[in-house]
Design a protein around this ligand. Structure first.
Ligand code: ADP
Length: 535
């Protein structure tokens, strides 16, 4: 089978190696591999493995870089032209870029954009790339549990391929791209090794100049890459990784902000993507708000963008059927015609005082939500039954609350043996899993006290706070998001831990001024405000 084919191929590879812009050790290695390929003539399977390897090495941007645009004013303009609002976030990104200009890439911490889905994490990272004139590649880390996915498989392994980092470099076509490490909080470890330690090496300026992928067997220089990471939930990032990061929080948008985003960005973008001229669909504020409130429920704007896109496609379809179609002015009726009936109707909260029912606030991966926590007390054997959305942390927190209640039972005229002869049933209806379990502590405790004493709790108050055995109220996370959620539901009085006082500053002024905040240190203060007299 020595038909000359393989030899010509090898010669071609040799020519490519000569042209390759790479360190000498890469060329030397490739020459050895080409030699081996020649010797493999006739052995197809192995020759194929060899070819793939050679081609992978030839495709990598060993010495290829793009020229950075170091003009910070230009970067500011690009970030502004791509995104509405996000003032603090843009400023911090620009600061970080400026620091990089001065100190060189290595020393600066890795930016981590943290926030719920659809708030613009990916798109701001893309803008950073655009502003610097660098290429952009996204690596999704969600569900990565095997170290080899980061660092590659050895070539002796059947079907071996490089890891995701080297693959991204191939895609980037330059050694200094912006690489977005998406959902770094969703990496997990299992018996196949710990991707975290591989990731640490990738991000460590001391080590990443000589990053060795198992497949490649050659060190590849990652030190010029600008890595940006994203996370929904910071608590899931392993400590050593977290310590390398500078976290920039991106929080959810208010209705008004979403409106501006649609008016200035999303509608234009969707019209263009669907081949419609820029004024073909007109939507006034009220109609946009109708879409926001009745067809989406999210902290970000992803669902909203998809929904506007769907409206555009319906109009396109109509235009195909009727080429003379005039520009469309959207009305609520047309929205219903195109999107079907409303998906979300704000069930107004029952603002009347009730026994055993308290509005809690939770912070989930998709933003803040209100939770109606419901407790009923029945004759029984002292069981605590928890149903609905309940994690272990919540159960723990419910038990802490009950121990606290035992310690003050006499003051509240609660039968001292209640924990032995009554069953306490705590139910949290629905919603996503909270990011911070214990933050429903004071809510569950109040609902339980209300049920035990038959004293009602006002329906127009919401609260969040962790409780200790002695009834101290401790700080919780996500205050801004939680308050915004309560506000959306029409609540204007909120109980928060005193320790969270500083977080109130982060709430937009229009909302902040409209809400009465009650700051508490102790559970007793919650009772004073929220436990009414028996009716
Ligand atoms: P994430 O990465 O946080 O999940 P994306 O970056 O994918 O979110 O954002 C979803 C969509 O919403 C994108 O099309 C993005 O451009 C748009 N978007 C988000 N925030 C803004 C904003 N502040 N201004 C304009 N568009 C935005």
């Amino acid at each position: 089978e020595l038909d000359g084919g393989t030899i010509t191929e090898a010669e071609e590879y040799e020519a490519d190696v000569e042209k390759l812009d790479s360190p000498q050790y890469v060329k030397d290695k490739l020459k050895r591999e080409i030699k081996r390929l020649k010797s493999l003539a006739g052995n197809n399977a192995e020759a194929n493995v060899e070819r793939t390897y050679i081609e992978t090495c030839l495709e990598l941007p060993w010495n290829v870089s793009t020229e950075d645009n170091k003009d910070i004013d230009n970067a500011a303009k690009v970030l502004d032209s791509d995104h509405y609002g996000m003032k603090d976030i843009k400023e911090r990104i620009l600061e970080s870029l400026a620091v990089r200009n001065i100190t060189g890439s290595g020393k600066a911490p890795v930016i981590c954009l943290a926030g719920p889905p659809g708030v613009g994490k990916t798109s701001i990272a893309k803008s950073v790339a655009r502003s610097l004139g660098r290429h952009f590649v996204r690596i999704s880390l969600g569900g990565v549990r095997d170290e080899a996915e980061i660092r590659g498989h050895r070539r002796t392994y059947i079907g071996a391929i490089p890891g995701r980092i080297i693959n991204a470099m191939k895609e980037a076509k330059s050694k200094n791209p912006v690489i977005l490490l998406d959902e770094i909080d969703k990496m997990a470890s299992d018996f196949k090794g710990d991707p975290t330690s591989a990731m640490l090496e990738v991000l460590d300026p001391e080590q990443n100049k000589y990053f060795v992928d198992h497949y490649l067997e050659l060190p590849f220089d990652l030190s010029k890459v600008l890595f940006i990471t994203t996370a929904n939930d910071l608590r899931n990032i392993p400590r050593p990784l977290y310590d390398r990061m500078e976290v920039i929080d991106i929080e959810g948008y208010l209705e008004e902000e979403k409106l501006e985003i649609v008016k200035n960005f999303v509608l234009k973008k969707q019209l263009k993507e669907n081949g419609l001229s820029k004024d073909f669909i007109k939507m006034d504020d009220e109609v946009i708000k109708y879409v926001i409130n009745r067809y989406t429920r999210e902290a970000g704007v992803r669902q909203l963008e998809r929904t506007i896109g769907k409206l555009c496609r319906k109009v396109v379809k109509e235009m195909v059927e009727n080429p003379k179609l005039k520009p469309v002015t959207m009305t609520k009726e047309l929205v219903v015609k195109y999107l079907g009936k409303e998906k979300y109707r704000q069930e107004p909260l029952d603002m009347n005082p009730q026994v055993g029912l308290v509005n809690g606030l939770a912070w989930t991966a998709v933003g803040g939500v209100t939770l109606e926590i419901e407790v009923s007390v029945l004759p029984g054997k002292g069981q605590i039954v928890l149903t609905g959305m309940m994690g272990d942390v919540m159960k723990e927190s419910a038990r802490t609350g009950i121990s606290y209640i035992r310690s003050i039972a006499d003051k509240l005229d609660i039968e001292p043996e209640f924990y032995k002869n009554k069953d306490i049933h705590i139910h949290i209806p629905e919603g996503a899993t909270p990011k911070d379990g214990p933050s429903a502590g004071i809510t569950m405790t109040l609902a339980t006290i209300s049920a035990l004493t038959n004293r009602p709790v006002p329906g127009n108050i919401a609260m969040t706070g962790e409780i200790t055995l002695r009834g101290r109220v401790l700080a919780v996370g996500g205050v801004r998001e939680k308050v915004l959620a309560a506000y959306r539901m029409g609540i204007r009085k909120i109980i928060l831990p005193k320790e969270c006082e500083a977080d109130i500053e982060k709430i937009p002024e229009t909302v902040r001024n409209d809400i009465e905040f009650v700051l508490v240190d102790k559970m007793e203060e919650v009772l004073e405000v929220a436990l009414l007299e028996r009716m």
